[in-house]
Design a protein around this ligand. Sequence first.
Ligand SMILES: [Zn+2]
Ligand SMILES: [Zn+2]
Length: 309
Amino acid sequence: MQTSLTAPEPAYTAAYITERVTEHFMNVLYFDLGRYLIAAGAMTILLLVFRGWAKARRIQKRTAGRKDYTREVLSSLRTVFVFAIMTLATLIGRETGVINLKLEGATMLTVAWQFALIVLVHDAYFYWIHRAMHTKQLFNATHLHHHKSRTPTPWTAYSFSSLEAAAEAAFVPLFLLVTSMLGLAYAGFAMLFFLWHMIIRNVMAHTGHEIFPAGWVDNPFTSWISTTTHHDLHHSSGHNFGFYFTFWDRWMGTEHPRYAEEFRKNAKPYRLPSFGPRAAERISVLMAALLAGAATLSTWWIAAEPGVM
Ligand SMILES: [Zn+2]
Ligand SMILES: [Zn+2]
């Protein structure tokens, strides 16, 4: 009799599939919810702690009401749920071998260039689906919900209709499918950094206060990175469809004609705010707790289910 020491191939029984799908679903739910709460929560805390600093940089006179916050948080919870369903496509892709993720052994250089690549591709993807969702035929069914937030808050980040959430979430499995077909096993850490970068930039874009320093739009080294004013103007008066960068709007002529002017009005130079040692101590403890939370979540996530993206 021949014995084998290697693990047998998984049999696709109903029990196996149910277990894998449930596990994957719960992991993504936990990770995406955690990502949203940590990023939007940290920004809210920062705006409260540095109230004076933030007030000087406020973009709109109008303020978001309780109804806005409730709608934004509730629909963001729905978005997390839709994300968890949509990423099942990645799970199926990995199980069937059409999606290839490299979970170990990637060098820092590989992670860096793969991170840059996915951010660039996602920026283009976002610009074009965003413009498509602004067409007469699609707007009401897809993107109207996001624009109910006329004065964005950090909690607007995931405030999408189910259809928009599905379109946003389709990016990762599609991207991984294409790179796998091109023979590129994507580094898990490049994907992880991309996911954190995405939520952080998303929250920054909706934060309602110009947190970028004065001079940003006038410096050729920074003006290609979009600011809070850039996306805030999209909510208050249209134009500016891009996400991380300003180039698509410049190439396509969709940049707000007064973007630079409005930015200069909102932004202030960075000066270290003055606060006493007690406040400094509290802020350090708070930031350390947030960092530890984010690190625990990521480590747990990688260990529990490395391929949930
Ligand atoms: Zn829009
Ligand atoms: Zn928005």
